[in-house]
Design a protein around this ligand. Structure first.
Ligand code: NAP
Length: 260
């Protein structure tokens, strides 16, 4: 299927590794020129080179902390009017909700709610003027089914989800869509670090912990980041303009419900 994206431009945030990288790679395979971002220059440059080598598209790498206004300005300066925006940042730390501090809350809100909102606000006007825009926010399955140890994620991402529900319906008539992708367990560094504590409690190593989680999942495995990237590219397709304000869960069926 041709997604009709050849020649388009995209910003993909937090994209040197994991799910962001997979989204960047999938868009590049559709012929989309990229600005990718992460904090660590070395891994980011390596990823940029791998994407160029695999797809031949132009990739600019902007090493910056996307949760800071300076970081966002640097990324937007490299691509002021993207056709596509993929928002992403590292997930907040785990912890007992009783011990979460105001400082931790502010960091989580900045990373997982206010940063994507600021980026959306920065690009949405031109997208509407050009009558094309695709915005995908990488959130979490925790939006639908809270993860007890991730109170910061449960809370901050719910705020973004509410904002998107309202904003998406105000721009859809301009062929600008905003949707959220909700990852369940995908095999990335983040999953490994999230399961470290559980592995310790269960007296096994992280790979054994992942294998146990995979066995419990209806799909019998955890997700491959490339599958996540493919879903992202689909939401960005020219033919996806009627998919508006949705929360697409990719979790192998782990969320048990008759209706999504
Ligand atoms: P990952 O493999 O750890 O990759 C995170 C990427 O984000 C790296 O490229 C990292 O590079 C970059 N990054 C982190 N903080 C950043 C910042 N402040 N500014 C710019 N770049 C930043 O994580 P992932 O699994 O892809 O997760 C992506 C998002 O999905 C996270 O918010 C995570 O909580 C969420 N999620 C993941 C899963 C899963 O199973 N993987 C499930 C639910 C939700 P640098 O460190 O160099 O900046």
């Amino acid at each position: 299927m041709d997604f009709g994206l050849r020649g388009r431009s995209a910003i993909v945030c937090a994209a040197s590794k994991g799910l962001g990288r997979a989204c960047a790679m999938a868009l590049a395979h559709e012929g989309v020129a990229l600005v990718i971002n992460a904090r660590t220059s070395e891994t980011l440059e390596r990823t940029a080179e791998e994407i160029r080598a695999a797809t031949g598209v132009a990739v600019r790498a902007i090493a910056a902390d996307i949760t800071t206004s300076a970081g966002r300005e640097a990324v937007l300066a490299a691509c002021p009017d993207p056709d596509i925006l993929i928002t992403n940042a590292g997930g907040p730390p785990a912890g007992d909700f009783r011990t979460l501090t105001p400082t931790q809350w502010r960091a989580a809100l900045e990373a997982n709610m206010l940063t994507p909102i600021a980026l959306i606000q920065a690009v949405i006007g031109e997208m509407c003027a050009r009558r094309f825009g695709r915005i995908v926010n990488i959130t979490s399955a925790s939006v639908k089914s809270p993860i007890p140890s991730l109170g910061l994620s449960n809370g901050a991402r719910a705020g973004l989800t509410g904002f998107v529900a309202g904003a998406a319906r105000q721009v859809a008539r301009y062929n600008v869509t905003i949707n959220n992708l909700l990852p369940g367990p995908f095999l990335t560094d983040r999953l490994r670090s999230n399961l470290t504590e559980a592995a310790r409690r269960n007296n096994r190593d992280v790979e054994a912990e992942i294998a146990a989680r995979a066995a419990e999942n209806p799909a019998g495995r955890v997700g491959d980041p490339a599958e996540f990237g493919a879903a992202c590219a689909f939401l960005c397709a020219a033919s996806s303009g009627f998919i508006v304000g949705q929360n697409l869960l990719l979790d192998g069926g782990a969320f048990n419900a008759t209706l999504g």
